[in-house]
Every structure is written in structure tokens, then in C-alpha cells.
Design a protein around this ligand. Structure first.
Ligand code: ADP
Ligand code: ZN
Length: 633
């Protein structure tokens, strides 16, 4: 993410950020968000995952001398945040169900006496009478600077994570009417944004919306190979990152619990350190997997989407979707867990045209089972179609994602392509017979009166001799068998691409999905308009995969052998310090900071203080050990 210097920022803010966190720059929007906090205005800050929201509510108390109360939904993350702040010499505490009464009393006293600057609390806790009276006391003493609501989209039914207890947060306002309220979220849709402002009763808030593009992520979509092929594809991707010596984690998302178990076993069979994770495991096992992944003794987690909410490992270098997720929102959320430290990371989606149909079946079935109204079902089907379009289209993935969230996309300075997606990197291969294939498929749709689905159309053009085909006389059509040299999945992928390019549209006839002509259909069929189809990599010849890949701009700058050895050594030191103190390694220093140390090679304490991520407290606590490690070389 682009950064800018601190010049226009309040000097007290820049001093605090440098001293406590060791950062010499704020990111765009952080400055504005912090200013709202310092000046006591309501604000809504929307930044993508990894955008640096926490700093926005952590800094103001250091400048104003008044405490901030942060509403946060996840206990695990609260605990980590408090520990991380303490390591920076920042006084913070958390109140949640795992804190006993006596501890809670101590926290209250310190808050009132001004010994604590930041209090994290769960929403259900905040709305209790006891907590409300604490807020009132703080308010009366002039000790309360702001109420920050983290993950504020939980207040909205349109968000992906509705939590009814968030709805009561507006009551806080009545207790401390003069105190600013600041909402934070990574959810980009305007509808959710408006809902947050409305539900929380924000007063003329500063609305600060960041850029949703994550330039450090490289997006790739590949056709999923059948059978054991998918496990091979994943193992190859993991190996590629391992060879680069990045030392990060991998998350693989699957659609079902069974898939996670099978895939994890297959990956272990390929000698990867992989574990399955899903909501059906007992709590101990789940906790164990989370903990081992966070403390870096586990490299690969193969999970359902249940995994990730409570995980804050910042050096996830690879997120794989073993199947297409159900919406672009879900995809953005899940891929968002990659590269939170700002270093390059990869998002690989393995796609089969059958994924879309699978989601549509699931959505229709659950709509019927739970009696969801038709509008809700249609809305979900629409989300699936948008996701299908994203994977099938041959437009830049960064551009498509930004535009989906209502933002125009501008490539990084000085280039006209993103440099960080399979399309812009030229990894997709054009199908030489695009024109003919498109015409054959469209003719088949026309000849069958636009009444059949993709699978049937594919059977027709491939020359299937099945009963279904014969019954309808489709074996007598001139297009029957014209693409007999192509595999079914390949033809299905081309159909998806024709839908993405608006030559075809999906429609629903009773329970069946059918294909009909889209706005470009007739022109393409007549050869007046042309669509370049991309070969679905992974189904046919894999030549292009073997072809030497052009390194993407966002790829991590590879470390030399010496640097790699040093990186391993620093990681080992970090791990042992973390283990001693019983907290996750990234709280000691992030990978970004370790890499900075390797680049700058500080030899003295004051040089160490110049490394991004080394503030005064961490210098005092760990500086010597890291200086020593860097010196022995
Ligand atoms: P979010 O809550 O928005 O997902 P975080 O607050 O966890 O993001 O920040 C993500 C990462 O960025 C953290 O590792 C954090 O230390 C780092 N970070 C935040 N602000 C800055 C900054 N101004 N300069 C450098 N690193 C920063
Ligand atoms: Zn691109």
C-alpha cells in the first residue's frame, strides 16, 4: 500500500507512532482517521484487511491522554492485540468472558485512574448495566476520548457477519452523549456503510474510504485438475513458495468438511506439514490447529471458511481456493488473509465449471428447505454469477475486484497493467480456434431453442450419443460433434467465458439452468464480433505452465542464500522469544521487520531504531538479542 510522509500530520501523532510502533510514515487515511479521533469527531473508516485500522484507534489516547474503549467481537484477537500493545510499552486491557471478576475490577480502577489507555471489550459486555455505569463514570471524569467499534459491519444484516448484539451499541451514545464514536470495517459495499452510520447513530461522520485494491497480492485462476490433480497443483504452489525461502503459511479453502480431510491427507502424502480444520472438529483439536498455525509450527491449514476469523498470522504467503467461493465478497474476505504484513503473497483459485452449478444447487436447495423468500435466493444466485464472471473473464483480476467494489482501478505508478494477476502476467493462453468454437457453441444454443443448460450443450457439440441427446433428436443437428476433439470441462469453461463476455446469459427454467443469447450473441455467432477465448490451463496440455513464468512485480524480492540463512536465524530467534513469553511470533516482530533488519543490517541500538517496526519498548526488550544475531554472520 502506498504510504506518504507524516508532514501534514500533528507532530504529537508522528512522535507517538515513531516511538511506540517504530513506523515513520502513516498510510493514507490513517492520518485522517487518527485526526478525527484526536479531535473528537465521529468517523467511519473503511480500510481493507491489513490496511492498518487498529493504529487508527490506538493512537488518539496517546495524544489526548483520554482512553478509548474498543468494541471488538473476537476474544482471541483481543488477547493478541493487548499483548502486542504491551510489548510496545502501551497500556491496554481487555474485558471479556474469560476475565474473572477480580481482574475486571482491577482493570476498571486502572481505567478510571488513567493507567490504561485502551480497553477492548466484547459487544455483549459493553451493553451490560455495569459497563454502562463505568462508561458514565469515565465520561464524567473527562477520561473517555472515544468509543471505537471494530468490525462494524457486524451491525448490518447486509454484512457477511451479522451479530445482533451490535445493534444495542447505539445505547452507549445515550450514556456518554458527548463522546465521539468511530466505526471501522473492511466491508466495502455502500449499503453496509450506510447501515453502519444509521444503526450507530453517527453524527455527521468523517467517512474515510480506503483503496480496496491489494497491490501486494497476485491473483491466479487455474482450471482444477481432476482426481489427485488438485492436490498436486496445490503442492506445486506451496513448493514454489518454499523454494523462495519465504517461510510463511498457506491456507487452503475447501467447500466441505470431507474435502478438507481428504485434501489434507493427500497433501501430507506429498510430505507437506498440513492439517484439516472445520467446525466439526472438537474444540481442542481446532484450538490446537489454530495455535500451531499461529506459532508457525504448522505450515498448511486445509479448512472450510470457518477458519480465519480468529487467525491473525500476518505472514500468510499463499491462500488457495480449492473450489470457487460463493461470492466475490467471500473471495475478497478470504484472500484478504494473505499478505497482511504488506509483503507479496499469492491467491490461487482452482476452478472447475462444475463449481458454479454446485453452488446454485446448494442455494436453491437450502432456499427450499429453510423457506427463504425467493428474493433472498435470487440475490445469492446473483452473487454466484458475479463470481463465475470473475473467474471466467479474461480481464485483469485487480481491475475486476476494484470495480466490483465500486472503485476505478489504476495500476501501480508508471505501468498500464497490474503486474500481479495471471491475465496481466500473460499466463493465460489464447485459444487459436476461439472464433470457430464460439460460433459452434452459440449455434448449438440457437438450434436447441435456448432451452438447455451448459452440460447438454457441451454434450451436443462434443457429439454425445446419449439417450437424452437422441430423445430430442439433437444428434441430427449440424453442430453435433463439431467439437468432438475437446474435453467436456474445456467446453464448459468456454461456455462460462462466453457468459462472462455477454455472448450468452444464464436463465432459469423451473429448476434447470438454461443458456440463452446475451447482447453480443448474434454478432459473435455471425462472426461480426470476436471474442478471444482463453485455454483453460490445467485441462489440456500444460505447456504454458511449464513455460518460464515472468516474475510478477508483486513477487517477494528473492533472498540470496546468505540472506535466507539469516532470515531463518532471525525467525528462529523470534520463535524462541515468543515461546518463552507464550505469545505468537508475529507479536515480537513481523516478517516485514525481519526483512528490514536483513536489508539495513543495523549494528547499533540507534540504527536498530531506524528499522520499521522497532519502537523504543521492543528495542529495550529484544534489541540486543537481534543485534547479536545479525552480528554473527
Ligand atoms: P487491519 O486491522 O486493518 O486488518 P492491522 O491494523 O492489523 O490491519 O495492520 C496490518 C499490518 O500493518 C500490521 O502488521 C501493522 O503493524 C502494519 N501497519 C499498520 N500501520 C502501519 C504503518 N503506518 N506503517 C507500517 N506498518 C503499518
Ligand atoms: Zn491484472
Amino acid at each position: 500500500m502506498e504510504t506518504r510522509t507524516l508532514e501534514p500530520v500533528d507532530e504529537r501523532v508522528s512522535d507517538a507512532v515513531r516511538r511506540v510502533w517504530g513506523y515513520d510514515e502513516l498510510r493514507p487515511l490513517q492520518a485522517a482517521s487518527i485526526a478525527a479521533g484526536v479531535e473528537g469527531r465521529d468517523a467511519l473508516t473503511v480500510l481493507p484487511t491489513g490496511g492498518g485500522k487498529s493504529l487508527c484507534y490506538q493512537v488518539p489516547p496517546l495524544v489526548t491522554g483520554k482512553a478509548t474503549v474498543v468494541v471488538s467481537p473476537l476474544i482471541a484477537l483481543m488477547r493478541d492485540q493487548v499483548r502486542g500493545l504491551e510489548l510496545n510499552g502501551y497500556a491496554a486491557a481487555a474485558l471479556h468472558s474469560a476475565v474473572d471478576a477480580e481482574e475486571a475490577r482491577g482493570i476498571r480502577e486502572k481505567l478510571i485512574s488513567g493507567e490504561i489507555d485502551l480497553l477492548l471489550a466484547a459487544p455483549e459486555r459493553v451493553v451490560t448495566p455495569g459497563f454502562m455505569s463505568l462508561l458514565a463514570t469515565l465520561g464524567d471524569n473527562g477520561r473517555l476520548g472515544a468509543i471505537a467499534v471494530d468490525e462494524a459491519h457486524c451491525i448490518s444484516q447486509w454484512g457477511h457477519d451479522f451479530r445482533p448484539e451490535y445493534r444495542r451499541l447505539a445505547e452507549v451514545r445515550e450514556v456518554v452523549p458527548g463522546v465521539a464514536m468511530q466505526a471501522f470495517t473492511a466491508t466495502a459495499t455502500p449499503r453496509v456503510r450506510e447501515d453502519i452510520a444509521l444503526q450507530l447513530g453517527l453524527r455527521d461522520p468523517d467517512v474515510l474510504v480506503g483503496t480496496f485494491d491489494r497491490p501486494n497480492l497476485t491473483y491466479r485462476v487455474r482450471a482444477r485438475r481432476g482426481g489427485d490433480g488438485a492436490a498436486e497443483q496445490i503442492a506445486e504452489a506451496v513448493a514454489r513458495h518454499e523454494r523462495a525461502g519465504e517461510g510463511g503459511g498457506t491456507i487452503v479453502y475447501c467447500l466441505s468438511r470431507k474435502d478438507t480431510e481428504e485434501l489434507a491427507a493427500a497433501l501430507r502424502g506429498k510430505r507437506l506439514n498440513a492439517e484439516a480444520y472445520h467446525a466439526g472438529l472438537d474444540a481442542r483439536k481446532r484450538h490446537d490447529v489454530e495455535e500451531r498455525f499461529t506459532n508457525e509450527s504448522l505450515d498448511v491449514v486445509v479448512a472450510t471458511v470457518a477458519f480465519g476469523m480468529g487467525i491473525d498470522r500476518s505472514n500468510v504467503r499463499l491462500v488457495v481456493h480449492a473450489a470457487m467461493p460463493k461470492s466475490i465478497e467471500a473471495y475478497q474476505q478470504e484472500t484478504g488473509r494473505a499478505g497482511r504484513d504488506g509483503l507479496a503473497a499469492e491467491c490461487l483459485l482452482l476452478y472447475s465449471p462444475s463449481d458454479g452449478a454446485r453452488w446454485e444447487r446448494l442455494i436453491r436447495r437450502s432456499g427450499e428447505e429453510y423457506g427463504a423468500d425467493d428474493g433472498a435466493t435470487q440475490a445469492q444466485l446473483q452473487l454466484v454469477r458475479e463470481m463465475r464472471r470473475l473467474v471466467s473473464s479474461m480481464d485483469c483480476r485487480h481491475r475486476q475486484l476494484s470495480e466490483h467494489f465500486g472503485q476505478a482501478y489504476t495500476p501501480p505508478e508508471g505501468r498500464h497493467a497490474c503486474g500481479a494477476c495471471d491475465v496481466c502476467l500473460g499466463e493465460t493462453e489464447a485459444e487459436r480456434e476461439s472464433k470457430r468454437i464460439a460460433q459452434v457453441i452459440l449455434s448449438a444454443v440457437a438450434r436447441t431453442d435456448q432451452r438447455f443448460g451448459a452440460a447438454h450443450v457441451a454434450d451436443v457439440v462434443r457429439g454425445s450419443d446419449s439417450e437424452r441427446i437422441r430423445e430430442r433428436g439433437h444428434h441430427e443437428l449440424s453442430v453435433h460433434g463439431m467439437l468432438s476433439d475437446r474435453r467436456k470441462m474445456e467446453v464448459m469453461a468456454y461456455i462460462d467465458q462466453l457468459v462472462a463476455a455477454e455472448a450468452l446469459e444464464r436463465a432459469v427454467d423451473g429448476h434447470f439452468e438454461t443458456l440463452r443469447f446475451g447482447p453480443r450473441g448474434v454478432a459473435v455467432m455471425k462472426g461480426e464480433d470476436e471474442i478471444t477465448l482463453a485455454k483453460p490451463l490445467g485441462t489440456g496440455t500444460m505447456r504454458s505452465e511449464r513455460r518460464k513464468r515472468r516474475a510478477s512485480d508483486a513477487e517477494l524480492k528473492p533472498l540470496s542464500a546468505d540472506e535466507r540463512a539469516m532470515f531463518e536465524k532471525l525467525r528462529e530467534l523470534r520463535r524462541s522469544i515468543a515461546e518463552e513469553n507464550g505469545h505468537p511470533p508475529y507479536l515480537v516482530f513481523t516478517d516485514t521487520t525481519l526483512r528490514e533488519m536483513i536489508r539495513i543490517r543495523p549494528a547499533t541500538r540507534s540504527e536498530m531504531l531506524h528499522v520499521k517496526g522497532v519502537g523504543q519498548a521492543k528495542l529495550d526488550a529484544f534489541g540486543e538479542q537481534f543485534l547479536e544475531a545479525l552480528a554473527q554472520d
